[in-house]
Design a protein around this ligand. Structure first.
Ligand SMILES: [Zn+2]
Length: 78
């Protein structure tokens, strides 16, 4: 399930909730002040934490020259 970030308008706090897409619009209880005056922030698929610059897709991690078409086994045998 994706991780969604919520902001609490009662205490201005932020917290993350692991919920399904269909439930993300539901009100979440703030863990700090137990208020339900919360709203979901724009999802950034923050599985790696906030602050990550957008556009840096972790696709080529561990790769380096291996294109998407040559990963069938021949490239990794080098
Ligand atoms: Zn709160």
């Amino acid at each position: 399930m994706p991780l969604y970030e919520y902001s609490c308008s009662a205490c201005s706090g932020k917290f993350d909730v692991l919920t399904s897409y269909s439930n993300r619009e539901k009100l979440q209880v703030c863990p700090t002040c137990e208020s339900t005056r919360t709203k979901v922030l724009v999802s950034s698929f923050a599985a790696f934490g906030a602050g990550e610059e957008s556009g840096k897709a972790p696709v080529s991690l561990g790769g380096g020259g291996c294109g998407p078409g040559c990963c069938g086994g021949a490239c990794s045998a080098n």
